[in-house]
Design a protein around this ligand. Structure first.
Ligand code: NAP
Length: 291
């Protein structure tokens, strides 16, 4: 479909984050908008942390359709949204906001859980009786653990360099006793053959000096038949995904998560399931042409 010309009736959707300038979300959402013929544009807004409340209220008053919220503002958005869905309430974090221009009410959502689930299901992961290892204990680890708690899995292992933060995640879900959560002090004692899914929710492997060459699991582990969920998408191939591919693991990468996450937000704003075909190639093209 032809992209509409920007006019006085064009609406705005945005991303609030700090940093936000290098986000891939505009590439995805503007492609979705073009493909669906919706007269709106998606832009990013990066500003100092202390300006968040004013920016959020400004977006609501200006009549934006909605927002994506990324680091470090997900908790702030949770506090400011007038209403919250069940998922964001359970996690205490909002990554998508929809403004209702006629009532002036904002509603907060957390789509990280659904996108984690659909990224795994797209690859044929079988939840039943599985053992899952989560590496890290930050925002994405918390929503990944939440997603796993809703499935019929056996054990969730969490390993984080700061054990206390992993324990905090376990305690926040302590009412749900059906699934065992085990906090690990290290990875040496684990038999990788007994793990069905490894999810890297740390920045180890990211294209940052001193980090890109790091592997978040012991090098001696054999990853044959393990599902590897790599949250990082810059670079697209990390040391973990390269090792996994070489050893016969199934790989879900950060782009899968990002595209599914964007599709969930788009559905919330416009009540349309956007076509995801071709978006991955567009993003790879974009990443290859970045300096
Ligand atoms: P976060 O809240 O900052 O948490 C990061 C976690 O990684 C923390 O538990 C931290 O440990 C651990 N960590 C940081 N540096 C480490 C190091 N040098 N060695 C060992 N552990 C380290 O971040 P997040 O939002 O969860 O994001 C985690 C990763 O996922 C990032 O790479 C992010 O870019 C990616 N991500 C991707 C998507 C996507 O759509 N693909 C979405 C969200 C996030 P401590 O607790 O000890 O500090």
């Amino acid at each position: 479909m032809q992209q509409k010309l920007i006019s006085s009736s064009t609406r705005l959707v945005g991303l609030f984050g700090n940093p936000a300038k290098h986000s891939l979300s505009p590439v995805i959402h503007n492609a979705f908008l073009k493909n669906t013929g919706i007269d709106a544009v998606y832009l990013t807004f990066e500003f100092p942390d202390e300006n968040f409340d004013e920016a959020f209220i400004g977006a609501k008053r200006l009549g934006l359709i909605g927002l994506n919220i990324t680091m470090p503002f997900k908790g702030n958005a949770y506090k400011l949204a007038d209403n919250k869905d069940a998922r964001s309430t359970a996690i205490g974090s909002v990554n998508t906001v929809k403004f209702n221009s006629s009532t002036g009410i904002s509603k907060g959502f957390n789509t990280d859980v659904d996108s984690f689930v659909s990224s795994l299901e797209d690859t044929g992961f079988s939840w039943n009786g599985s053992n899952c290892l989560i590496l890290g204990a930050g925002g994405s680890a918390k929503s990944s653990v939440f997603a796993l708690m809703e499935k019929n899995i056996k054990t969730i292992f969490i390993y984080n360099r700061t054990t206390k933060k992993a324990e905090k995640i376990k305690n926040s879900y302590s009412k749900e006793k059906r699934i065992k959560i085990e906090i690990l002090e290290g990875l040496e004692g684990i038999d990788p053959g007994s793990v069905d899914l490894i999810c890297n929710c740390t920045p180890l492997g990211m294209d940052t000096p001193g980090v890109s060459e790091l592997l978040p699991v012991p090098d001696k582990w054999n990853l044959k038949d393990v599902f590897i969920f790599e949250m990082i998408y810059k670079p697209l191939e990390t040391r973990l995904t390269i090792k996994g591919r070489n050893e016969g693991a199934r790989i879900i990468d950060g782009l899968d998560m990002l595209i599914n996450q964007a599709a969930s937000s788009f559905k919330i704003w416009f009540d349309i399931e956007p076509e995801k075909e071709g978006i991955r190639e567009k993003l790879i093209d974009f990443l290859n042409n970045q300096n």
